[in-house]
Design a protein around this ligand. Structure first.
Ligand SMILES: NC(=O)c1ccc[n+]([C@@H]2O[C@H](COP(=O)([O-])OP(=O)(O)OC[C@H]3O[C@@H](n4cnc5c(N)ncnc54)[C@H](OP(=O)(O)O)[C@@H]3O)[C@@H](O)[C@H]2O)c1
Length: 239
């Protein structure tokens, strides 16, 4: 039987649209206290929106402080904010590479480091990092993006070894192709090609990713850490 989940204070980065927005909606629906960071726009109804850019540690610190003051210590953190700068290796500039790493990987580091302080004090924490199927599967034109997403696996596993004894878990959710602004930007021919390779023969929804994230943060997932949970319609099996 499913255990009723304890209400938690949750912070999600990039909660103003796409997958982050859906994750915030799911946590609100499950009765948690939810804050989202945004550079512009707002999180869904029932959330506290705070301004933060994940490439700027000072803005993250200020956002965390405000959430802690208004909602209490942050118990669940979801590092979701991410970008792509797709192009083939020989055309990829060093800036294309480092900007993606700075947002997707170092951004997650900044968020988790700030969150870990309170989690250690509380002897409770749930960390969920949003990776991608292409982190382990690879993808032409995404050397920067797939590197940043693959690195999140080592990150979560190292946190698990470092903080696991303090009742803190760290897991990775690896979505496949999900209907969002990020995939809408892909040319139609490429989208059709991708759908052919997905065993489920369709894109996923942001809500389907959100369910997995919320479950990892729930009381039922207390003994799961360092895992990579694919939400990809079977695309990445074994990767
Ligand atoms: N869509 C997919 O098929 C797919 C598949 C696998 C993994 N993912 C991953 O899932 C996550 C969410 O993707 P999505 O599809 O929802 O993307 P999206 O619709 O493009 O939204 C990206 C979110 O990240 C935020 N963000 C980007 N750079 C930021 C920064 N420097 N500081 C703070 N926030 C920043 C954006 O804020 P602004 O609105 O201010 O730009 C936005 O809220 C990403 O990590 C992505 O890599 C997506």
């Amino acid at each position: 039987m499913t255990t009723p989940t304890t209400p938690r204070t949750v912070l999600i980065t990039g909660g103003n649209r796409g997958i982050g927005y859906a994750i915030a909606e799911e946590f609100v629906a499950q009765g948690h206290r939810v804050a989202v960071t945004a550079r512009s726009g707002q999180g869904p109804e029932g959330t506290l929106t705070v301004q933060a850019d994940v490439t700027d540690a000072a803005s993250i610190d200020a956002a965390f402080t405000r959430v802690e003051e208004e909602l209490g210590p942050i118990e669940v953190v979801v590092a979701n904010a991410g970008i792509t700068r797709d192009t083939l290796l020989l055309r990829m500039s060093e800036d294309d590479f480092t900007e993606v790493i700075d947002t997707n990987l170092t951004g997650a580091f900044r968020i988790v480091k700030r969150a870990a302080k309170g989690m250690l004090k509380a002897r409770f924490g749930r960390i969920v990092l949003i990776s991608s199927v292409v982190g382990l599967y690879g993808s032409p034109g995404q050397v920067n993006y797939s590197s940043s997403k693959a690195a999140l696996v080592g990150f979560a596993r190292s946190i698990t070894r470092e903080l696991g004894a303090r009742n803190i878990t760290a897991n990775v959710v690896a979505p496949g192709f999900i209907e969002t602004d990020m995939t809408a930007e892909l040319p139609e021919a490429q989208q059709a090609e991708y759908k052919k390779s997905i065993p489920a023969a369709r894109y996923g929804t942001a809500a389907e990713v959100a369910k997995a994230v919320a479950w990892l943060a729930s009381d039922d997932a207390a003994y799961i850490s360092g895992a990579v949970i694919p939400v990809d319609g079977g695309l990445g099996m074994g990767h």
